[in-house]
Design a protein around this ligand. Structure first.
Ligand SMILES: Nc1ncnc2c1ncn2[C@@H]1O[C@H](COP(=O)(O)OP(=O)(O)OP(=O)(O)O)[C@@H](O)[C@H]1O
Length: 311
């Protein structure tokens, strides 16, 4: 974690802070988030059970956990993209730069979705318009009133930023004409064209093979760094999350069971579930599986453990 982020965290943890951008108020503060979703005509599930998390400006935060632990629901709640049924109940607090969004009117959420938060999903084909050319989809994502709105060259710039080549030609193509990795990059371009303060990426590379996954993650990492965008990266894969984040939240059964600076959580996991996740990463690594990124500090701690075991 960078010194700036640590300093801001210490400031926030005192419970102080105003509402401006640079006064230490987190970009996103989620407190005790409880989401109930309907599962049938009379039944419902409690998908999150009091999730709290913080994202500061420019910070990259990971949410990791097994399937059904509530990661996606948390990400969607933050992006204002939960199902719209009146039977969806959201309690707790979601604040962007201090502004409360739980219970906010839909036009306030429209503004947040248009300018503050963008989301990248696992399955780009579902989210790209199948009958609209790529260039236009990116162009239309640039909000009215922002520099470059409506300008085709600006769309090409975002496609290049997302690591795509021959963007002039690409802009004239339709989503089904592209490979899975290219489509995922287009989705990144569409998301960053809004120049959001925060990007929520939910399993952005799970559907891709390992080599393409690595390249897309590298692009995502480079893009958020260049634009200074905060990132919430959601994945079931702790290896993916650990290589790209400053802090990490581990979720289990709708709750955050452990959180902290990524290197601290990796080297000194406190919760049995985190330890189990890390064991699986370690055994995959030992089996020679090429995971996205295992921090050197984690490899060093494994080596220390082995030495201690051997002596
Ligand atoms: N639209 C929905 N309607 C009803 N229940 C839902 C809906 N979406 C998620 N759930 C339920 O909410 C709980 C949390 O799901 P969520 O998708 O957030 O988990 P997850 O950790 O993201 O898992 P995965 O990696 O499989 O997506 C689960 O019990 C799930 O079945």
């Amino acid at each position: 974690m960078s010194t700036t982020i640590r300093a801001r965290q210490e400031h926030d943890d005192t419970g102080t802070g105003g509402t401006g951008a640079d006064d230490g108020t987190p970009l996103l503060q989620v407190t005790d988030l409880q989401v109930h979703l309907p599962t049938g005509s009379r039944s419902e599930v409690q998908a999150t059970r009091g999730v709290s998390l913080t994202v500061r400006r420019g910070e990259r935060v990971g949410i990791v956990g097994e399937s059904g632990s509530g990661k996606t629901v948390t990400g969607r709640a933050v992006a204002g993209l939960l199902p719209t049924s009146p039977r969806v109940r959201v309690a707790g607090s979601i604040r962007f730069a201090g502004k409360e969004m739980v219970g906010a009117p839909s036009h306030a959420w429209d503004q947040v979705r248009a300018r503050t938060v963008g989301m990248i999903f696992q399955d780009p084909l579902t989210y790209l318009n199948p009958v609209m050319k790529i260039g236009r989809q990116v162009r239309e994502a640039i909000p009215r009133g922002r520099a470059g709105h409506g300008r085709p060259e600006e769309a090409l710039r975002f496609l290049s930023l997302a690591g795509l080549e021959d963007v002039g030609d690409l802009a004239e193509r339709f989503p089904h004409e592209l490979s899975g990795g290219m489509r995922q990059r287009v989705l990144i371009a569409v998301a960053i064209a809004k120049r959001p303060d925060l990007l929520v990426a939910d399993e952005p590379t799970t559907a891709l093979d390992a080599t393409v996954q690595r390249r897309v993650l590298q692009t995502l990492e480079k893009t958020v760094a260049e634009l200074g965008t905060s990132l919430v990266l959601i994945s079931h894969d702790i290896a993916v999350v650990s290589g790209m984040t400053d802090r990490i939240y581990v979720m289990y059964a709708g709750r955050v069971v452990e959180s902290g600076a990524t290197c601290d959580v990796l080297e000194r996991p406190r919760h049995a579930y985190t330890r189990a996740l890390l064991r699986s990463v370690r055994s995959l690594t030992e089996d020679g599986v090429d995971l996205y990124s295992i921090p050197d500090s984690l490899r060093a701690s494994w080596a220390r453990e082995e030495e201690a075991h051997a002596s």
